[in-house]
Design a protein around this ligand. Structure first.
Ligand SMILES: [Zn+2]
Length: 196
């Protein structure tokens, strides 16, 4: 609406400048509200009881914005959320890592068989091999958790260093390693599916 009003003003006129600054303010408000929400969500995820680790899919957001999910992924500023989550994890001594996102929704977390592509309307994971049935996002979150734990155990501390320390100076992330207990592992996927 503001944008529309702006387009009707004569360029570089006084009223144009007024309308332009209104649009800019409005956009700025949206951006800061979103950022605020991202911080709140990240803190919420990190402060749940017994959270030692959070894993997320290492999604290629640029490719996704061109593909099937179109601009929705960019609108939701998911990349910004992951960066904020990484930062909050670092501050709160929660280990954060991104895992390989390929086929997370096509793998059975119980028997690790490939269960085939699901289209987005298919909300249930049902494995024809082992009979495991659960919510689609829950199943994907379980796969992400397994991959995260695998990442740590196969690559050892080196893997954790790369995953955790990118762009974040300081040695504090090392303490999260020693504090991370096996029973405190948690797989996080987007903002849902944290109740595993
Ligand atoms: Zn299965």
């Amino acid at each position: 609406m503001l944008q529309h009003r702006l387009s009707r003003k004569a360029k570089r006129s006084r009223n144009y400048e007024k309308a332009r600054s209104k649009v800019a303010k409005h956009q700025n408000n949206i951006a800061s509200a979103r950022k605020d929400y991202h911080y709140k969500t990240a803190h919420h995820l990190c402060s749940s009881k017994d959270v030692g680790m959070i894993f997320a899919e290492d999604l290629n957001l640029k490719a996704m914005s061109r593909g099937m999910l179109c601009k929705h992924t960019l609108d939701a500023a998911f990349g910004q959320f992951l960066n904020i989550l990484k930062f909050v994890c670092w501050k709160k001594d929660v280990f954060f890592a991104k895992v390989n996102p390929n086929g997370t929704s096509q793998t059975c977390p119980m028997c690790l068989e490939e269960t085939g592509k699901k289209d987005l309307s298919q909300r249930i994971h049902y494995c024809q091999f082992c009979g495991y049935k659960t919510d689609r996002d829950h199943a994907a979150a379980e796969v992400i958790r397994q991959r995260g734990i695998e990442l740590i155990s196969t690559q050892g501390l080196c893997g954790m260093e790369t995953a955790c320390a990118v762009g974040l100076p300081g040695a504090r992330e090392t303490s999260s390693r020693s504090e991370a207990k096996p029973d405190s592992r948690k797989g996080g996927r987007k903002t849902r599916n944290t109740q595993l």
